[in-house]
Design a protein around this ligand. Sequence first.
Ligand SMILES: Nc1ncnc2c1ncn2[C@@H]1O[C@H](COP(=O)(O)OP(=O)(O)OP(=O)(O)O)[C@@H](O)[C@H]1O
Ligand SMILES: [Mg+2]
Length: 300
Amino acid sequence: MHIRVECLTHIYAPGTPAERFALREISLEIEPGERVGILGPTGSGKSTLVQHIAGLLKPTVGQVLLDGVPAHAPTAEARARRRRVGLAFQYPEQQIFETTVFREVAFGPRNLGLNGEEVTRRVRWALETVGLDPEAFGARTPFALSGGEMRRVALASVLALLPRVLILDEPTAGLDPRGREDLLARLDAWQRETGATLVVVSHHLDEVARLVERVVVLQEGRVVADGPARALLGDGNLWRSLGLAPPPEVALLEALQQLGWPIPPECWPREELAREILRQWQKRHSQQGARSTQHAARSR
Ligand SMILES: Nc1ncnc2c1ncn2[C@@H]1O[C@H](COP(=O)(O)OP(=O)(O)OP(=O)(O)O)[C@@H](O)[C@H]1O
Ligand SMILES: [Mg+2]
């Protein structure tokens, strides 16, 4: 599905003392199958933007078009498109309401009018896809789960609708490092298999670097950068301009650059940086080796 955000402005509580500009004249396009990260400091408008893409908020000005149809329109055409956009909320407890995990994940497929067998098949598949054993979790109440398990259930209920656009708002908040790795690998595999569009809102640079190839950076409701993930994430100045500390890999990359190692910012994430350091070190080493051989040959 093609997504086009046109001059989108969102004001919360307009005309009241609590009035707040959350988005200011945002324009961007997301092509089918793209993997896009949305970054920015807290309060920069990330969650507001993705709720607009999912058609959950009414624009104050401008619009979001899903395959050319305004996402928020009260028409059957717009509803059909919204149904193909799955949003996993920043706070999963905001989207969970059923009494058991099975019923929670089954809710969407049942609403689509699928038969019981197909619903069960989808629920099992979705729970397995997010790394939850359907036997162990199906009958449990979602509200008695850990934060990380609840997040996986919320994600499973979105996946069970087979979205063409999957939007994840802080997908790994509340997960431990191993859980985070595991979930990222599963999402990566799911996207590669389905070719769906993936939009990831995150504060974790590592996970953005792992999952996406393009990054859009928001600041105070405006797009301040939009480009290839590697080059943007490796640019320490961008992080500082946003009031964020560059991640350790970028700090190392900058320190090496200051020492005269010509390492480009695209050498990111850390595996790439390590490879580049090794490559340059070997190059220097072999140059030094060649020089000392020449020196030894000359002094003979
Ligand atoms: N329901 C609301 N009513 C009023 N103001 C809101 C509401 N939701 C968000 N805001 C305000 O709009 C701005 C953007 O909020 P948003 O939640 O989109 O930011 P965010 O980038 O997702 O932040 P975070 O990284 O903390 O999740 C903030 O100033 C926030 O206080
Ligand atoms: Mg948010």
